[in-house]
Each structure stands twice: as C-alpha cells, then as structure tokens.
Design a protein around this ligand. Structure first.
Ligand code: AVJ
Length: 319
C-alpha cells in the first residue's frame, strides 16, 4: 500500500478524486495512456474498424510532395506529441528540415523520438522538449531564425472540447510564432455505425483500453474498484459532434479510493474520453478561431479524414 501510494502522480490522484465527485463523473482522457494504455492504443491503431491511423498515414504519404512544395527545406519541424514511427519519418523525409523538436509531457515517450529520426535522418538535429504543449513552450535557441512547421497529427485535437481546442491552437501559435505553419490532422463526421465500430471494436481492444483506467486507479491509488462491474461504452453525441467513451456501471457498485467512498448506481457512467469530429467548414473555423489561417486542405477518399496546412498570419488592422 505504502509503495503504491508513493508512486501515485498527485495530478492523477486529484483528477480522479475530483472527477468522480462531479455531478457528471469524468476523468480526463490523458490518464488512459499509461504504459499499458499506450500499448493498447497502439493495438487499436491496427484494428480493421479503427480507420483514422491508416487513413491519415496513407493521406500523408500521398500529399507529401505537395507539402514539400509549400514548406522550404532547412526549417524546424515542431511536433506536438512524441512522434510516431510511421508518420513522423514520412514528413521529415519530404520536408528536409534542419531540426526536429518533439514536445511531450512524458520524457519516457520522448526517448524514442531521437531514434525515430536518427535511423535515416543523420542530418537533422533533434531537440526533444519535456513540456506540456497545452501551454506556451519556449523553443530551443538552436532553432532561432529557422522557419517553423508545427505538426499535430492523429486527430488528437479531437480529444479537446472546442473551447480548449481553441486555446490549444492559440498556444501553438504563441509557441511557433507569427509566420509559422501548422499541419494538423482532423477526423471527419461520418455515419454513426462506422464511428461506433471504430470506438467499440468487435475484438474488444478499445474496451480493454477504457477499462485499463480502472485497473490503473486500483494499482496506483490503492483503490478497490470491482472492474467487472463496469463495461465499455462508445456513444455518438450528435449535438456536440463527438464520440464519447464511458465506463458504464452494470450493477450498483461501491468502492473506495484512498479512503473516500464512491457509489455508482446501475446505469451510471464515468466519462473517459471525447473524440470530436469535424466537417470541412467547422474544422477550418476552429483553426481560424485559434489563430490559424487554412492554406490548403487534403481529404482522404470518402472524406474520411482531413489534413490541413494553416499559417499563423500576422494580425491585420483591417480585413
Ligand atoms: C488518440 C485521441 C486520436 O480519439 O481516435 C481511440 C484515441 N480512443 N480509440 C481517438 C482513441 C479510443 C484517439 N486519439
């Protein structure tokens, strides 16, 4: 007990205890991604019904020459997140930057970022930064004067409610500076059956991913949640244009976290993640609201997924 409590991240503890005490019980999605959660998410990206990763990767691959034509070589690519083994090398190979700056709150994930690049990009300087990219991040002096391209793939923007997404985009603008560009992936609104299949796969991997959060709470906060009393649930919220993940109580359940008692009645849920989907105009309006002017947009077959290249224009006195 003593040991498990010592390991607990105080921010995790606070988010869980406060989140479960709210009128609409919810836990911020970032806590889904411990080591096991990240492994499970990785497995999700390979599921037949989870279309976003393979769709975005194929789209990136096909539009790289067009991106390269709009981004001069010798600049700096700043990735918000630690980078993926497949998407990041595609971009670096096409754009030929001088520097690559991955920003992630977890140093663990950043350790692999240098390896992503070093394998076949000896000429690129890697400057990993351990920081929370939802805030302004001071960039290393070494990239001063280099043109900047921000990279935010994966539809991670969809995790943020529009108000936070707007704030996030404004922080990106402050971090990268006026005149910089941003390449961002956004998932599109599509028929509900396909959305639900992507977030409630027949293999049960997303269910395991969601339920892992309860195992994590038990392990790290010394709780006694009966995990089998909860089921994974994926819902489409049409008004807010998002897929929601919940943990649904299958029976009346009582448990304790660090001596605090919680009760969930049958049918009550813990909201664990949002995945907002955008139409062409709502996606571009979000970017504009966050201080980014869309320059060009590429859309995957079936309009399943969009990549937008946007620019942080100088503020204008008049339209
Ligand atoms: C990593 C936030 C892009 O919302 O599609 C996938 C996370 N959750 N299946 C997404 C996720 C359940 C994913 N993002």
């Amino acid at each position: 007990m003593q040991e498990t409590l010592e390991k607990a991240d105080p921010a995790f503890r606070a988010d869980v205890l406060n989140g479960l005490s709210e009128p609409v019980p919810a836990i911020p999605a970032r806590w889904l991604y411990d080591r096991r959660g990240s492994e499970l998410f990785d497995a999700i990206t390979r599921l037949p019904t989870y279309y976003p990763t393979r769709t975005e990767t194929a789209l990136l691959q096909s539009v790289m020459p067009e991106i390269a034509a709009r981004v001069p070589p010798g600049g700096a690519v700043v990735e918000f997140g630690a980078g993926s083994q497949t998407k990041t090398p595609l971009l670096l190979r096409a754009v030929h930057p001088r520097a690559y700056v991955p920003i992630d709150i977890s140093g663990d994930y950043l350790k692999d970022s240098a390896a992503i690049v070093d394998a076949d990009h000896g000429a690129i300087d890697v400057h990993p930064i351990v920081a929370d990219f939802t805030q302004d991040v001071p960039l290393p002096g070494a990239i001063e004067g280099l043109e900047r391209l921000g990279f935010f793939p994966g539809s991670t923007i969809g995790n943020f409610v529009p108000q936070s997404a707007t704030d996030l985009l404004r922080h990106f603008r402050a971090t990268l500076g006026t005149g910089s560009k941003l390449l961002i992936g956004m998932d599109r609104i599509k028929p509900v059956e396909r959305l639900i299949a992507a977030y409630d796969d027949p293999e049960g991997v997303t269910a395991e991913f969601n339920l892992n959060l309860l195992h994590r709470i038990n392990r790290e906060l010394g709780a006694n949640i009966p995990v089998d009393a909860f089921a994974h649930q994926a819902r489409w919220n049409d008004m807010l244009a998002r897929v929601e993940m919940h943990l649904l109580a299958l029976r009346d359940v009582d448990f304790e976290i660090e001596g605090r008692a919680f009760h969930f009645a049958t049918g009550a849920t813990i909201h664990t993640e949002n995945s907002h989907k955008y139409g062409p105009r709502s996606g571009r309006l979000l970017l504009l609201a966050g201080g980014w002017t869309p320059l060009i947009e590429w859309v995957a077959p079936n309009e399943d997924f969009a990549l937008v290249l946007a620019e942080a224009e100088r503020d204008r006195f008049a339209p």
